[in-house]
Design a protein around this ligand. Structure first.
Ligand SMILES: Cc1ncc(COP(=O)(O)O)c(C=O)c1O
Length: 417
């Protein structure tokens, strides 16, 4: 830890919640500092380790690939693991979203999706939404809404942020769905040179688990389609079962043109993907957009195993059960002092805290994160104003362990003064 403090770039989040723990091993929903001290992981490495830690199948498949001696081949050579992943992606995604471009991080997937549309349409610019989070590389940052993340950097021009319900329009008020739809309609009525592409999270994650209605998402998709705009569904956080469906757009009965996946796509080591129709991903020449580590055999094999486990172990049923547990918790705490809103979807909950003047209260979330860490429960702050306590357990978490942790969290909320 001292070495990390000395050498690591200060932009990394490592010391955000005080001096971090050195974990030496992980098993299921727990991380261990030694044989006696275990911490319940309610963050899943920022929505990555959807199957928890030390997953047996993951260990087995990693050993198998390592034993073959092929750690990496580069993209000019094919391998079985990459092909197996393509087959499963083809099987689980909508019918014509059947070509894929693998990369290494969520931001890189977003860059790739924006880039291919720009290449094919020869047009620049993108539509995204207030509260939307799509990553930190310059292209991805340009469609990420949070001003404080963008302000020191020269982001791309010609981008527009349309309003998304439930996000803050000022420090206190939030956009309603009707207001958003009117503003979106007006934008399309007035604007002549429309951007070729829009990127949307059907459920916003980093902004504090913001869950619009089906009516809203359907209306947005309809207007974007009517205006011939390619729609990128950013499933980097919410894909792979987090919301109770394999992809969150399925919950909304809408069909994007392009899907970005990352985080729990492998649920382990870095891997992300863009899935799109042939008219996009088969329409740019070899070498125009590559990356050294894309399609790494170990990452692909682990991703295939993650899909197999989610589907064969019927883990989406578990996600729905976890949602019920979160909903019971939500109904208990919703009227507690400082609790402004509790949002639950699938295996995740966002508890929004307000102060006495009903303004976002990040101070309380900060206190909760630190006190819960002392009680060996790992949670993070999220939300546009850092005033949302985020609970994102691995979907294999034992129900009783979750219930016990929620009781402790409830007690801590009650004791706030
Ligand atoms: C919805 C969404 N898109 C994109 C990203 C960026 O992914 P990465 O941090 O892997 O670049 C994130 C990260 O939190 C995300 O939640």
């Amino acid at each position: 830890m001292i070495i990390t403090k000395k050498f690591e770039s200060s932009a990394v989040n490592t010391f955000k919640i005080g001096d971090p723990k050195d974990f030496i091993y992980g098993k299921d929903e727990y991380l261990y500092t030694d044989n006696k001290n275990k911490y319940l992981d309610l963050v899943s490495g920022s929505a990555v380790t959807v199957l928890g830690h030390g997953n047996k199948e993951h260990i087995k498949i990693t050993k198998q690939v390592l034993k073959s001696g092929i750690f990496h081949t580069g993209t000019r050579l094919t391998n079985k693991y990459r092909e197996d992943l393509y087959l499963i992606l083809d099987k689980v995604l909508p019918k014509n979203i059947n070509t894929f471009h693998l990369v290494n991080s969520g931001s890189e997937a977003v860059e790739t999706a924006l880039k291919v549309v720009q290449y094919v349409t020869k047009k620049s610019g993108a539509i995204s939404f207030t509260g939307g989070y799509h990553g930190r590389t310059i292209g991805a940052l340009s469609v990420t809404h949070d001003k404080k993340l963008r302000t020191s950097f020269q982001t791309l021009k010609n981008n527009v942020f349309l309003p998304y319900p439930g996000t803050y329009k000022n420090n206190k008020e939030k956009y309603s769905e009707e207001e958003c739809l009117t503003k979106i309609d007006n934008y399309f009525k007035k604007k002549k040179n429309l951007p070729p592409v829009a990127i949307i999270e059907c459920i916003q994650a980093v902004s504090g688990i913001i869950i619009p209605s089906k009516k809203f998402i359907k209306a947005v998709f309809k207007i974007l389609k009517k205006n011939n705009i390619y729609i990128i569904a950013d499933e980097i956080w919410n894909g792979m079962g987090r919301t109770g469906r394999l992809f969150s757009f399925e919950k909304y009965d809408v069909k994007p043109d392009i899907v970005c996946l990352g985080k729990s796509l492998s649920a382990t080591i870095p891997l992300s993907a863009v899935a799109a129709p042939k008219k996009l991903l088969k329409n740019w020449p070899p070498g125009i957009h590559t990356s050294t580590f894309q399609g790494n055999p170990i990452a692909c094999a682990l991703s295939k195993s993650t899909f197999d486990q989610i589907l064969s172990k019927k883990l989406l049923v578990r996600v729905n059960k976890i949602e019920q547990i979160f909903k019971q918790f939500s109904s208990r705490i919703t009227n507690y002092k400082y609790v402004g809103d509790v949002r639950v979807v699938g295996a995740q909950a966002g508890i929004e805290f307000l102060d006495k003047k009903n303004l976002p209260n990040k101070h309380i979330v900060n206190i909760l994160v630190k006190t819960l860490l002392i009680k060996k429960i790992i949670v993070y702050a999220g939300g546009e104003k850092s005033n949302v306590l985020m609970l994102i357990p691995p979907i294999i978490i034992k129900y009783n362990n979750l219930k016990k942790a929620l009781k402790i969290i409830e007690k801590e909320i009650i004791s706030l003064n």
